[in-house]
Design a protein around this ligand. Structure first.
Ligand SMILES: NC(=O)c1ccc[n+]([C@@H]2O[C@H](COP(=O)([O-])OP(=O)(O)OC[C@H]3O[C@@H](n4cnc5c(N)ncnc54)[C@H](OP(=O)(O)O)[C@@H]3O)[C@@H](O)[C@H]2O)c1
Length: 355
């Protein structure tokens, strides 16, 4: 420092430069704060300019934010395989003006998938979306395909899957979309789907586990399990197992579980607090369609959390989401009561493009 001082090089009039002993850091949600190592304290205001700042925009491609055991945020650059405590967006901070808080959210319940993706180039990214021939799965497949992604529609009904592919190609003839048969009610079919996909030697950047059934009468699959449990949860679990290696090789990659708010209502433990497998795939006597659906959605969230814990060190993250309540799709078609409910609620609930 002394040498710099005498050379006049530490004498900068930049009010952005930090005095010795200070370090600039970011919080999880992008606020910049300042750590004074000499006095062992932190503050929000820049020690010279007194300004408060936030980082702007998303992390660069290939970067991910993590938190260490002390709660400090750090950043992983998956492409160059390095880790740093310095936010790579620190060079692009914006000033925060406490007098004029920006209360407008970037996205809300009215935002469509196309709006979220505006300006994004997804070319080179490979997506698999289960149940992509209709509803939320179709809207997701269409939106990412129209932004350049290569999308595999994983559907149980080949003619409906081909029709969905045609509908996307009609919007953009250069879209990279194809269908591969997948029946989540059959472990054999899941395995065959994974083998077909792997034989294409593609990467896999995003696996969207979207397919589901709701309100079914009690049925047993060819694998001897209750159908709602197998389609909504176990089939996806097995699919992820089959594709785990491809996801890890393609990192940064992610799994997205389309769950539901209704996961909050059921229990899956017995009286002694242990996981009760009989509750997951119940007998006809103990079956209630709504409860089976809610349990399968709870299982999806638990799976997503555990996957994230195990795979995020390998660059594969997992998140579960709730798309919104009573969205008018074909999910209600198994019982007229649900169809009536969804129809009555339709004017007040989100449309598919917003889900
Ligand atoms: N709609 C809502 O209000 C709502 C609310 C919360 C959560 N969600 C979740 O959102 C996701 C999408 O639902 P959605 O509303 O878009 O309903 P949807 O239009 O009925 O979509 C469900 C998809 O799953 C597919 N599927 C069903 N059984 C399958 C199987 N055995 N193998 C492979 N695919 C199968 C269906 O294919 P077929 O066309 O061949 O049946 C369909 O493509 C689901 O996970 C659902 O639980 C929806």
């Amino acid at each position: 420092m002394a040498a710099l001082k005498f050379a006049g090089l530490d004498d900068t009039d930049s009010e952005e430069e930090l005095p010795p002993g200070w370090e600039e850091r970011t919080t999880k949600d992008g606020w910049v704060y300042y750590a004074n190592h000499l006095e062992e304290r932190t503050q929000w205001d820049h020690p010279k300019s007194g300004k408060r700042k936030r980082v702007a925009g998303d992390l660069p491609y290939g970067w991910e934010q993590e938190t260490d055991e002390n709660g400090q945020v750090y950043f992983v650059d998956h492409i160059n395989k390095r880790t740093t405590y310095l936010d790579p967006r620190m060079a692009f901070t914006v000033e925060d003006n406490p007098m004029k808080p920006n209360v407008k959210q970037k996205y809300d319940g009215n935002t469509t998938a196309m709006e979220v993706l505006e300006g994004r180039d997804l070319s080179g990214k490979v997506f698999i979306i289960t149940g992509a021939n209709s509803g939320i799965g179709f809207e997701t497949a269409k939106s990412v395909a129209l932004h350049g992604a290569h999308v595999i529609l994983a559907c149980r009904n080949p003619s409906q899957a081909d029709e969905a592919v045609c509908r996307i190609l009609k919007e953009w003839h250069k879209a990279k979309v194809e269908a591969i048969a997948l029946d989540l009610a059959s472990l054999q079919s899941v395995w065959e789907f994974a083998e077909t996909f792997k034989s294409k030697n593609l990467a896999l950047h995003v696996l969207v586990c979207n397919a589901a059934v709701f309100g079914l009468p009690w049925q047993v699959t060819e694998d001897g399990l209750e159908r709602t449990f197998q389609v909504n949860y176990l089939g996806h679990f097995y699919l992820i197992q089959q594709l785990k290696d491809v996801l890890c090789r393609s990192a940064p990659a992610r799994v997205v579980m389309v769950s539901s708010e209704s996961h909050r209502f059921p229990y899956i433990k017995n009286n002694s607090g242990k996981l009760d497998l009989n509750l997951l795939s119940p007998s006809k006597k103990e079956y209630w369609a709504m409860l089976a659906y809610n349990r399968s959605k709870l299982c999806s969230i638990l799976l997503s959390n555990e996957l994230n814990r195990r795979l995020s060190p390998h660059g594969v993250t997992s998140n579960a989401l709730h798309p919104g309540n009573v969205i008018y799709s074909s999910i209600h078609h198994n019982w007229w009561v649900y169809t009536l409910l969804f129809t009555l609620a339709r004017p007040f609930t989100k449309s598919l493009v917003r889900a």
